[in-house]
Design a protein around this ligand. Structure first.
Ligand SMILES: C[S@@+](CC[C@H](N)C(=O)[O-])C[C@H]1O[C@@H](n2cnc3c(N)ncnc32)[C@H](O)[C@@H]1O
Length: 588
């Protein structure tokens, strides 16, 4: 099979392989082409795809060559016009013959488009594409261009000073984040974050994926907002063991490890007293977690509980007796995630469109297109996939939003209440990359109203008790009426203080972060009373707490996140209220 057929098969995912583009290519066993060559062909064609889509449509290639698929047409046109060595196939290969028949027309359309878009030479066009200022079709994630490439310097392996002197030698510092947000990929500027230690911002399209410091795990691509939880947890040497309840791919786990190791004295480090136990229920994601933890050299203090459900971990077990801090970053709607550069996006030509009905036909030739201006008003057919496996989890967007949010927040609350049961626990952070109140403030209020929180003395970590950088962060929680069920029994002042303790990040603002939420819970006294009262509970909390006390349920994301897995018994669980009654009976 030729390079192009193999690349097209990977993109079309004809064998239904899961995972990122990289893992699909590198895990494929019967490839004839080299994986590196295949990867390069796809990446290069994707960069140019919105341009080539239009070239192909205007030349009517797909109307005439009916055996070519849109993906094949894209790959072949790319190499025909833009690859120095041309189409990588023998002269008499059917694909080469097919694409060569249209060389003159394709080249002419490409040149017209280059000139129309105001690029005097092919090199100028290439530079604009590589800088990400051309070839981008306007999408909902327009603000992605304002989203800097955030980097966390992994202090387990290196220091900021060392990175500035090596990886970023020749770069200039700016104290204006907006200068970085608006810089082109090739601008050598960086910004040192003022809220989170060891975090730098680089231009949005800066490509550091091939730089040795990234490959060696000295720098980690991690959004500033995603660094809030480990920093807010502020683990001290006397804080005992730490649990990361929902760990893969491991950005927060390795951040936690870096903070702990920085504070641990050398002699204690050798004795490895303080440990992080990282739970990851999904076995495949646990593999990624393992890789990330090792690459960051965090494996010296992190033990991975791969394939283990945090909800099933028994808080009273001997192995958790020293756990004093927990970081919880459970599955969420992912609604705060900004369209990332590490998601490959390929625009495919529409076989039905041609020179006469292409939406751009008739545009003034002289008009220079603004970089973010929409290339087409037609619905665009796109392929989207993760470039590698390190991106944070995004969950299914299928189904009714209200129902999804209800299921997610039930699961998130269960995770949080479970953490509150660890006998020596004194600090917990709860975070999501969601923008929804239901997954954020609502979970916090319900957790605080729960019997486990009341019995064990859990309260919110007030703003004035937070680490310096986050105390200074001004975007805080917000209230939404009629969204937390039951009486909360709080004065307006108490409610406002809790909201002020909640930390939010908004996406697409000058802050340059993704949408994010984090809050911390603390308790001063770690004594654990026996038994839990169930009075004064909101209906939601009561339902969740009942499930908590019964081991037959486990959160199962599968494809639709937040669904409750069937209990191991044969009881019908399609109606949760039925099960609630059954559980009540069992309790008696
Ligand atoms: C939002 S992601 C975590 C991202 C991670 N904290 C980071 O910063 O890289 C949530 C993860 O929790 C895992 N998960 C969900 N429910 C879990 C459970 N009950 N026990 C352990 N892991 C769980 C999911 O498989 C997913 O990998």
């Amino acid at each position: 099979m030729s390079l192009y057929y193999e690349a097209a098969a990977v993109l079309a995912n004809s064998d239904n392989a899961g995972g990122s583009l990289k893992s699909r290519i590198y895990n494929k066993e019967d490839l004839k082409s080299s994986p590196a060559q295949l990867f390069a062909v796809v990446i290069e064609a994707s960069k140019w795809s919105s341009v080539l889509k239009e070239v192909i449509e205007r030349s009517e290639l797909l109307k005439e060559e009916r055996k070519l698929t849109p993906i094949l047409a894209l790959l072949l046109t790319h190499d025909l016009i833009l690859s120095k060595s041309g189409v990588a196939a023998p002269a008499n290969h059917a694909l080469k013959l097919a694409i060569n028949r249209h060389k003159a027309r394709l080249s002419a359309e490409f040149t017209k488009l280059r000139i129309r878009d105001g690029h005097g030479t092919l090199q100028a066009f290439r530079d604009a594409i590589n800088d990400g200022i051309a070839g981008e079709v306007e999408t909902a994630s327009h603000n992605a261009t304002l989203h800097p490439r955030w980097i966390r310097v992994n202090t387990i392996k290196t220091t900021v000073a060392e990175q500035l002197a090596t990886t970023f030698a020749g770069y200039g510092m700016t104290d204006d984040l907006r200068a970085v947000q608006n810089a082109s990929a090739r601008s050598k500027i960086y910004y040192v974050d003022t809220h989170i230690p060891n975090v730098l911002a680089l231009p949005p399209k800066a490509d550091l994926s091939k730089c040795p410091a990234y490959i060696d795990g000295q720098i980690i691509f991690q959004d500033k907002a995603s660094c809030f939880p480990a920093y807010l947890l502020d683990v001290q040497p006397e804080d005992g063991d730490v649990i990361d309840g929902c760990a893969a791919p491991g950005n927060k786990t390795t951040h936690l490890a870096a903070i702990i190791l920085e504070r641990m004295s050398r002699d204690v480090q050798d004795g490895r007293k303080q440990r992080i136990m990282a739970f990851e229920k999904d076995k495949i994601r646990a593999g990624t977690l393992r890789k990330m933890v090792k690459l960051a050299s965090a494996d010296q203090i992190v033990s991975i509980r791969g394939g283990q459900d945090f909800l099933v971990a028994n808080p009273d077990s001997e192995e958790f007796k020293n756990v004093e801090a927990l970081l919880l970053d459970p599955s969420c709607s992912g609604s705060g995630i900004v369209g990332r550069d590490d998601v490959l996006k390929i625009y495919l030509p529409d076989p039905q469109l041609g020179a006469t009905n292409n939406s751009n036909a008739g545009r003034s030739k002289k008009r220079k297109r603004r970089p973010q201006e929409s290339r087409t008003s037609q619905p665009i057919s796109t392929l989207k996939m993760e470039l590698d496996d390190t991106a944070t989890e995004e969950t299914s967007t299928d189904g009714n939003l209200t129902e999804r949010l209800a299921a997610l927040s039930t699961f998130q609350l269960r995770i949080l209440l479970h953490a509150m049961r660890f006998p020596k626990a004194r600090k917990i952070t709860y975070s999501t990359c969601s923008v929804y109140f239901e997954e954020n403030e609502s979970v916090v209020f319900q957790a605080l109203a729960s019997s486990v929180a009341k019995e064990r003395g859990w309260r919110i970590m007030k703003r004035k008790e937070q680490v310096d950088g986050l105390r200074k962060w001004n975007t805080r929680g917000a209230w939404e009426n009629n969204k937390v069920g039951g009486a909360l029994d709080l004065t307006v002042e108490e409610r406002e203080a809790i909201l002020d303790a909640c930390i939010r990040c908004k996406k697409g603002t000058d802050d340059g972060t993704m949408g994010f939420f984090v809050a911390a819970f603390i308790r001063d006294d770690s004594t654990t009373p026996d038994g839990l009262e169930t009075e004064n509970l909101t209906p939601e909390t009561e339902a969740v707490e009942e499930e908590e006390g019964w081991n037959g349920f486990s959160d199962d994301e599968g494809k639709s996140v937040g669904r409750l897995e069937a209990p191991k018994s044969s009881e019908d669980v399609s109606d949760p209220s039925k099960n609630k009654k059954k559980r009540k009976r069992r309790k008696k």
